[in-house]
Design a protein around this ligand. Structure first.
Ligand SMILES: Nc1nc2c(ncn2[C@@H]2O[C@H](COP(=O)(O)OP(=O)(O)OP(=O)(O)O)[C@@H](O)[C@H]2O)c(=O)[nH]1
Length: 489
């Protein structure tokens, strides 16, 4: 409950607000870092895929030029136009001429005329659709124990339009691999060479789990790859479902594209560790801040309580200093203060003040017969009676012992008579003590002085009222005298 009250203290709320502000700022910066990292990764991937696409185009277009050159010779001059020298590929790749049945007609690399490639994917594709242009096969081994090659093939047609055969160039895979082999790839990142139909031709670094005929055909990723010349997007990979940043670019004039994929998790790994560290520090600062604010508020509360207790004590002391502890009536000190204020007011307004000095008769006997407690009871009873007859502006005071004073501002010599009657009646009311009426034993005598007739100061008025009281007692008790010993009732 107390903690809940502390919690809603302005200081704590302020500290929460400051902490929230700082937290917001930190979150904003972390978010900016996060976005920067992704942007940088995208930019780096885009640059890399662009460089690779341009480089591949440069190499493969060279090879394709050789193929095109041979096709034009074949179509113009037929087979006899091909001599050994003419078949030397300028690009340095091996060239092979297949007849319409996929058998080797002439080759510059292997010197094998009996080679049969009818089952190879590129040959079958061209056989089905001779006008498809450049066909690119999956990396393959041409003859046993030779290194893997990437086939680039085109059909040539005879004068009558029939398929004359296929010219195929083999680009050693090693030649392509050596470009990328020096690159350092982060975990989960890869470079892929993909045919437009979705067939993955090459992947670096090679995945041991990569299926031989891994194809993206029919996937959303392939749809995006083929929808534009180049681009970047983030999606799970087809192969393993890991979320990756995909940057791709088409190899100009080839049914090929290059993509660079980076695992989003790996890209964000350094950010994540910074975020945890900064988040942890921010949380500690937040808790520290909150803790300090709570401690501070608790200290403030403690001081406030102490001050309140001190004030209560001070008020109590003041009350004790100005009031009678038995009856709670103002004491002599407060009476003096009130009279002086009343005199000042009366002087300003030419008003009057009555002072009625009362002393119980036979009070000692009450004490003697029934004990001090009974005496106290009588004193409290008289105090209450006097308070009841007094007006709001009057002051009933206990001077000490069995002496009471009534300060009656605005009360003239004429008015005081009525007050005296009421006071004497009030004091005559029964005062019961264990079934006995103590009032049968005591009575009351009084003396009156009036401002300004009988005095203009507290001391003078009190003294004269006391004198009148003395005279009343002398005259036989149970009566009230005005000063100058004129009996009033
Ligand atoms: N119970 C009680 N008695 C008190 C207190 N203060 C003074 N007294 C007693 O009050 C009495 C006052 O004395 P007196 O005024 O001579 O008593 P009295 O019998 O009224 O005499 P007269 O005034 O001459 O009629 C004394 O016995 C005091 O001890 C008090 O606070 N409580």
């Amino acid at each position: 409950m107390l903690l809940a009250r502390y919690f809603f203290h302005r200081l704590v709320l302020l500290s929460l607000l400051v902490s929230l502000g700082m937290g917001g700022l930190l979150a904003r910066n972390l978010w900016a870092m996060h976005q920067n990292l992704l942007d940088n990764a995208e930019r780096a991937s885009r640059n890399l895929s662009h460089t690779l696409a341009v480089g591949l185009e440069w190499v493969l277009a060279d090879v394709d030029r050789d193929v095109l050159q041979m096709r034009s010779t074949l179509q113009n001059d037929g087979l006899q136009g091909i001599d050994a020298q003419a078949m030397l590929a300028v690009s340095g790749s091996a060239l092979l001429l297949l007849d319409a049945q996929g058998r080797g007609v002439r080759d510059m690399a292997f010197g094998q005329e009996q080679i049969d490639l009818v089952q190879r994917d590129f040959f079958q594709a061209l056989q089905r659709q001779p006008d498809m242009g450049l066909a690119i096969g999956v990396p393959q081994v041409l003859v046993q124990d030779s290194p893997q090659v990437l086939p680039l093939a085109r059909a040539w047609q005879q004068a009558d339009g029939r398929l004359g055969g296929v010219i195929v160039a083999f680009v050693p895979l090693q030649r392509l691999q050596q470009w990328v082999s020096g690159m350092h790839m982060a975990p989960g990142s890869a470079i892929n060479l993909i045919r437009m139909d979705g067939q993955v031709l090459l992947r670096f670094p090679a995945l041991s789990a990569l299926p031989r005929a891994h194809t993206l055909a029919g996937s959303e990723n392939l749809r995006r790859y083929t929808a534009s010349q180049a681009g970047v997007f983030t999606r799970p990979s087809v192969l393993d479902g890991i979320e990756r940043i995909h940057s791709f670019e088409h190899v100009t004039a080839m049914p090929l594209l290059v993509n660079v994929v980076q695992a989003r998790d790996a890209v964000l790994a350094p950010w994540r560790s910074s975020a945890w560290t900064l988040g942890g520090i921010a949380l500690l600062l937040f808790l520290g801040n909150l803790g300090l604010a709570l401690l501070f508020v608790r200290e403030l509360e403690r001081r406030r309580r102490t001050q309140k207790a001190l004030q209560v004590e001070k008020d109590r002391m003041q009350e004790m200093a100005l009031h009678d502890p038995l009856t709670g009536l103002p004491n002599r000190t407060l009476l003096q203060d009130r009279i002086e204020h009343a005199i000042a007011a009366a002087q300003r307004e030419a008003g009057a003040i009555g002072l009625l000095y009362l002393d119980l008769d036979g009070f000692k006997e009450v004490n003697d017969r029934w004990g001090h407690a009974a005496g106290d009871h009588v004193l409290v009873h008289i105090a209450r009676q006097l308070q009841q007859v007094a007006r709001m502006s009057d002051t009933v005071c206990r001077l000490g012992g069995d002496e009471f004073v009534l300060l009656l501002p605005g009360c003239t010599l004429v008015d005081v008579r009525e007050v005296i009657i009421r006071v004497l009646q009030a004091c005559a009311t029964p005062c019961w003590w264990h079934g006995e009426n103590l009032q049968a034993v005591y009575g009351v005598s009084g003396g009156v002085s009036i401002y300004p007739e009988h005095g203009t100061s507290f001391a003078e008025l009190l003294r004269h009222a006391d004198t009148a009281l003395y005279q009343a007692k002398e005259a036989g008790r149970g009566q009230v005298y005005y000063f100058q010993a004129v009996p009033s009732y």
